[in-house]
Design a protein around this ligand. Structure first.
Ligand SMILES: Cc1ncc(COP(=O)(O)O)c(C=O)c1O
Length: 362
């Protein structure tokens, strides 16, 4: 196939086309250096420039205060599931987790290895159809931290605002599947982390934004590579960092800034998601597992009551150049992941296809 099709995959996912074109050149020869980006030493001048620019542009994109460090780590967001409790929990302390889906559940499992876990709120009984709020959340007496998953990739729900947390603790957010899709007030968080492969770049690099007092507060005597101090003190270069991933992330930050920043991203993402949700809301054929006030702008989950019709939808949409619409294997149905880089035109095409399918099969 010589042309590109609409890629609704949940991650690794679509990247902005201008970035892919620029990368083609830079893989061959970046900044007239005669060497491609993947071949440059992480300690050389050319990569250093890429790295510094990436940090500066990340700060600009999210208006990150000066008392935060920006790290590029490896091991995926899944490694943050254990690095966090390893650093901030102990056998005599409790961390509070809000359980809003499979990824929160995985984070909870890892935390239990290092200390006590209190599930401060959970929508498991409601098949994770919504985000708990208000009196559905009860914190422990003195939590070491509060952990949330701000967008639930598998269930298609999203926090609309941060939960209030008790004084004296700090908020940690797994933001993998919607980071930088809308404005974020970084100062409300102690740590924000996200694997790059949905909204930021290729797989293999995890962005970690960590407040400086927490770096000092972290448990000592950890394996060197699992200690945030190592990565802060060495600027993510204690070992060889994922240079290509950092380069692409830097291009993505420039791209977001060129589009007008996170306010513009939110508007664009709202318009895109509406093209799909509106089409789904028009027919009773569709079941949307996420409660309307918690719907994700990034991962739109839907299905019909019939496995056969779901399979037909996937087959026919694929034949029309739409790939990656199969829901996560744990929930089935369909899921359209429309991250920042996904074009509005593709959302309109899916919206039309949904209407047409409902007309023929409803
Ligand atoms: C919300 C969320 N958290 C964590 C992960 C795991 O990320 P990684 O594969 O980078 O470990 C994912 C991956 O899809 C995710 O969607």
């Amino acid at each position: 196939m010589s042309h590109r099709i609409y890629n609704f995959a949940a991650g690794p996912a679509i990247l902005p086309e201008p970035i892919l074109k620029q990368a083609q050149q830079d893989i061959w020869n970046i900044a007239d250096s005669g060497i491609g980006i993947m071949e440059h030493s992480h300690r050389g001048k050319v990569f250093d420039r890429v790295y510094q620019e990436t940090i500066q542009n990340c700060k600009k994109v999210a208006n990150i205060p000066d008392n935060y460090h920006i790290l590029f780590l490896q091991g995926g967001a899944s490694s943050q599931f254990f690095m966090i409790p390893m650093s901030f929990l102990s056998k005599d302390r409790t961390a509070d987790y809000i359980d809003t889906g499979s990824w929160s559940t995985k984070a909870i499992k890892e935390a239990k290895r290092y200390g006590k876990v209190h599930v401060a709120g959970s929508t498991k009984e409601a098949k994770f159809a919504y985000i708990p709020t208000g009196d559905e959340i009860t914190y422990s007496a003195n939590p070491a931290y509060v952990h949330i998953t701000t967008n639930n990739t598998i269930y298609g729900t999203e926090y609309q605002q941060e939960p209030d947390i008790p004084a004296g603790t700090f908020l940690i957010a797994d933001t993998c599947s919607h980071i930088f899709s809308k404005p974020i007030d970084v100062s409300k968080y102690g740590i924000i982390y996200a694997g790059a492969q949905k909204n930021l770049g290729p797989s293999g690099v995890t962005l970690v934004i960590i407040r400086d007092d927490l770096v000092e507060k972290a448990n000592a005597d950890l394996p060197t590579m699992l200690d945030y101090r190592t990565h802060v003190s060495k600027g993510s270069m204690f070992n060889t960092p994922p240079t290509f991933g950092i380069y692409i992330m830097g291009e993505v930050f420039k791209y977001i800034l060129s589009l007008g920043g996170l306010n513009a991203m939110r508007k664009y993402n709202q318009e895109k998601a509406a093209l799909i949700y509106d089409a789904l809301d028009e027919s009773d054929l569709w079941e949307l597992p996420a409660r309307a006030d918690c719907r994700s702008l990034m991962n739109i989950c839907f299905r019909t009551a019939s496995d056969e019709l779901n399979a037909k939808f996937l087959e026919e949409s694929m034949a029309q150049g739409m790939s990656g619409l199969k829901g996560h294997r744990s929930v089935g149905g369909m899921r359209a992941s429309v991250y920042n880089a996904f074009p509005k035109q593709g959302c309109a095409v899916l919206g039309d296809f949904i209407r047409d399918f409902a007309r023929k099969n409803g």
